[in-house]
Write a protein that binds this ligand. Structure first.
Ligand SMILES: [Zn+2]
Ligand SMILES: [Zn+2]
Length: 102
């Protein structure tokens, strides 16, 4: 399991946590709370004005389809988050997956 290095807060209200393995996860603060993360233990970086959550609709609590809806509440019916906690998003693998699904 990767450990958290630091986090930052975005203008959109989401927070992004950065791990020592190069992964980063964006999420709603309530999701961090649900995971039992106590952010006071971690270093906080300067606030940002955009993040994966609001720009790409990527996050551990956002639907995989990229709609920006919360997991399980999206109209697409998927129940899978875009990101896994502490796992680096592998854009090449995602690309290949999309490629093979065509
Ligand atoms: Zn944001
Ligand atoms: Zn969806």
């Amino acid at each position: 399991m990767a450990s958290i290095k630091y986090y930052s807060k975005c203008n959109c209200g989401a927070i992004t946590i950065n791990f020592d393995n190069g992964a980063s996860n964006s999420m709603y603060p309530k999701t961090a709370k649900k995971l039992g993360l106590d952010l006071r233990h971690y270093k906080r970086y300067n606030p940002t004005y955009y993040c994966d959550h609001c720009v790409n609709h990527w996050g551990i609590d956002l639907c995989e389809c990229g709609s920006g809806e919360e997991v399980g509440k999206c109209s697409c019916g998927l129940n899978k988050a875009h990101d896994e906690f502490g796992v680096k998003f592998d854009s090449l693998a995602a690309f290949m997956k999309g490629f093979y699904m065509v």
